[in-house]
Design a protein. Structure first.
Length: 104
């Protein structure tokens, strides 16, 4: 009989289990961050299964970096949008009463 390979899901859960001693030594705030990373890894199981030439931990770290980059880009776009809005308000020199209505 041939040997069966573990599923990507099982590999991901095994990696997460291997990190439990490290996880347990962290503060709760850091554990919550790692929980988000683990969720990201599990969401990308299909893509991870296509990276057979890489070690599972390498793919896990790349997945975490991908999610962090997406989050950073989203935050940057929001910040840039807010800066543009403030620039428009400054250029038009809105009366003080209009600025107060806008929460500034």
């Amino acid at each position: 009989m041939g040997r069966t390979l573990p599923s990507t899901t099982q590999i991901a859960f095994d990696l997460i289990a291997e990190l439990k001693p490290f996880y347990g030594a962290l503060r709760l705030s850091d554990q919550l961050i790692l929980d988000k990373f683990f969720e990201a890894v599990l969401q990308h199981r299909a893509a991870i299964s296509n990276a057979a030439s890489l070690l599972p931990m390498e793919v896990m770290l790349l997945t975490i970096l991908l999610e962090e980059r997406k989050r950073s880009n989203h935050n940057f776009i929001q910040l840039y949008s807010q800066i543009e809005e403030l620039e428009k308000r400054i250029i038009h020199l809105l009366p003080p009463e209009e600025l107060e209505m806008g929460g500034f």
